[in-house]
Design a protein around this ligand. Sequence first.
Ligand code: BG6
Length: 477
Amino acid sequence: SETGCLSIIVLGASGDLAKKKTFPALYHLYRQGFLHSNEVHIFGYARTKISDDDLRDRIRGYLGKDAEHVSKFLQLIKYVSGSYDSEDGFQLLDKEISQHEESKNSTEGSSRRLFYLALPPSVYPPVCRMIKKCCMNKSDLGGWTRIVIEKPFGKDLESAENLSAQIGELFEEPQLYRIDHYLGKELVQNLLVLRFANRFFLPLWNRDNIANVQIVFREDFGTEGRGGYFDEYGIIRDIIQNHLLQVLCLVAMEKPVSLKPEHIRDEKVKVLQSVLPIQDNEFVLGQYEGYRDDPTVPDQSNTPTFATVVLRIHNERWEGVPFILKAGKALNSRKAEIRVQFKDVPGDIFKCQKQGRNEFVIRLQPSEAMYMKLTVKQPGLEMSTVQSELDLSYMQRYQGVPIPEAYERLILDTIRGDQQHFVRRDELKAAWEIFTPLLHRIDNGEMKPKEYQPGSRGPVEADELLAKVGYVQTHGY
Ligand code: BG6
């Protein structure tokens, strides 16, 4: 049932994620009419003993400039304080939610309870136990209880499976929404449409035509302020094992039977299960100079802040095509993109091959765009060729159409009960299987990352690896 009284409970309400992402996303949904004040109530829960107004004051600045609407929205929020493993706290929370449900006369409809865990994973198990014990939806008229959790889901295969098992004992898979916010990005959501609704791509999207695929994430700032968290995880766990791997799935998967979430996720799992073990000479790790100056980072830390890893998918479509996943902090730019490079044209009569190959680039951020790099005749009297682009820039083409924040979209999906853009348990397991052996070697100190200058392209060895697996640098963009 998707109607009736809705309670959204943000656990970890006074933390960073809640302030910067969760509450602003809820506010935008409210502003666009997806949350109606006559049926929605929002609860913040955390340990800090503060008042409703204190919480409202803390988040007000993150919501927007429209003071009147912001105030109205803030009035929907109530704060409950309690610890994450105390029955008292959760019983109080349940009482508050029930009161709200009664006041909204939920006998007319079912009651829906959405728990958003903006918390570190170490407290997921106790919090889930408490929710299960004290706070489940009790309406006889149907409704639901759903749990939203965020990465890191564990640190390796074993710990992730352990976490999954603990939570899985309490909640069924359809109640669990594992967020990977990259799945909420506009151009990531566009991937299936691009691939399966366009005749252009259907016959080309395979090993016969594609030379290599790069999925790249760059940030032009370091781990400022979160060195402690980051050092425990590193760039592979922070970005590659989840965000970039999810994108890889959508680029590489077969056409699903339908758009049903289970059909899509079935195909994603198959891709992950087809990835071969990472080869010793097919990754490069880096750490930027100055990373260890952060007082929260140990002096001897070997944690990579940069990595390039080549994945090989062992199936009929992709055998022999390297998928290069690259992510780094403190690089020369902030950008996330997918770069599909096509093979050379056989029997080139224009001698234009050295100008570069055809590429299809999907820029996820900033300035969403996609463009095709292609060879055309240089305008003029001479018969010479030049590389140019067919360019779809969202800012120009969809001027004035706002692109929703990833979190906004994903929370709305949760309310609607659509799990298409969430990570299923077997998907998570398969993702950890790929990276766990390499991660263990890094954790054991077997691997020393190469040092690179902040503001650079990362270690030169990464460019050498790219060239080695067949990427041909092109001109232009
Ligand atoms: C988070 C990582 O998941 O994604 C951060 O923990 C990273 O380290 C962030 O900065 C990047 O997200 P976005 O949406 O800004 O690309």
